[in-house]
Design a protein around this ligand. Structure first.
Ligand code: UTP
Length: 284
């Protein structure tokens, strides 16, 4: 199975940090966010990782290419762990396809259509959403397999006052409540009208039909071609399931607030960095 990672958005909310570099390349602790996502895909047994990128910001291509002079310089200085980190990132099997214009997430996914092919399901992993323990994709595959190869998305339970920022599912629980059959999806509903508190969370296992539906998906919210609209069209033809991501399992880095929160939460999980966070907070 292949994985598509869209990373060609404008990153407006991080300007000027994203003037010359994609927001997915902003560091979360010592690694760019995108590297976590590539590693998550590979840990799930993905055969090829396809990153959709903006050609004007070449740092993604450079990060996932070897840098022999840097590796040798670090090795010669005895900085072996840094040299290994450089070699590791440069050796990750990533191919890049361009999105000529940021016309929306659905459009970005469709830019990878030729690379994905039309014959098998594929993952879409948002490049600004992290699952560092790598447990979600495997669960999605299991749910898909137990429901005849259906599409599966990940959802995160959010406070009701925040649902208007997300796509929200209307679903009925199956398999004891951790899995839902999706009846409908609503993009950014008013808080008092949202069908649930389960927000779509950056991980999708999709049948090839979704790639076909994206061809005819018209621009929707914000004038952009939305993946959600293709999933809504899918619902009239195929079943769609959702699995819930636990709060300490998924990390959003798509806004400054979320990126900061993610850095702090992941630092607190690291014995070397947790005292730094506690000292900084305690100093206030
Ligand atoms: P976002 O809406 O979070 O990212 O898209 P953005 O558009 O870069 O953010 P702002 O609103 O300008 O601050 C979710 C994901 O989809 C990708 C983004 O890179 C991000 O990972 N995306 C979005 C694309 O690849 N292409 C697009 O045209 C839009």
């Amino acid at each position: 199975m292949k994985a598509v990672i869209p990373a060609a958005g404008l990153g407006t909310r991080f300007l000027p940090a994203t003037k010359a570099q994609p927001k997915e390349m902003l560091p979360v602790l010592e690694r760019p966010a995108l590297q976590y996502v590539v590693e998550e895909a590979l840990a799930a047994g993905v055969s090829e990782v396809i990153v959709v990128s903006n050609d004007d910001k070449p740092s993604i291509r450079e990060h996932f290419s070897p840098n022999v002079p840097l590796f040798e310089m670090l090795s010669n200085k005895g900085k072996t762990s840094f040299a290994d980190a450089v070699a590791h990132a440069g050796g990750l099997p990533v191919s890049i396809v361009p999105q000529p214009e940021p016309l929306g997430l659905g459009h970005a996914v469709h830019c990878a259509a030729d690379a994905v092919g039309a014959d098998e399901p594929f993952f879409v992993l948002l490049g600004d959403v992290l699952v560092p323990d790598n447990g979600v994709l495997v669960r999605m595959k299991e749910v898909s397999e137990s429901h005849g190869g259906a599409s599966v998305i990940a959802v995160l339970r959010v406070p009701r006052e925040e649902v208007s920022r997300f796509g929200v599912i209307d679903g009925e629980p199956v398999a004891g409540g951790a899995v839902w059959r999706v009846r409908s999806l609503v993009e950014k509903p008013p808080c008092d009208e949202a069908p649930s508190e389960l927000a779509v969370f950056g991980r999708y296992l999709l049948t090839p039909r979704v790639m076909e539906l994206l061809v005819t998906t018209a621009p929707g919210a914000g004038g952009e071609i939305q993946l959600t609209d293709a999933l809504l069209a899918l619902l009239s033809e195929e079943e769609l399931y959702a699995i819930e991501v636990a709060p300490d399992e998924g990390y959003d880095t798509g806004t400054l607030e979320a990126w900061l929160d993610t850095n702090i939460r992941l630092a607190l999980r690291d014995p070397a960095l947790a005292p730094v966070v506690r000292a900084a907070v305690g100093a206030r």
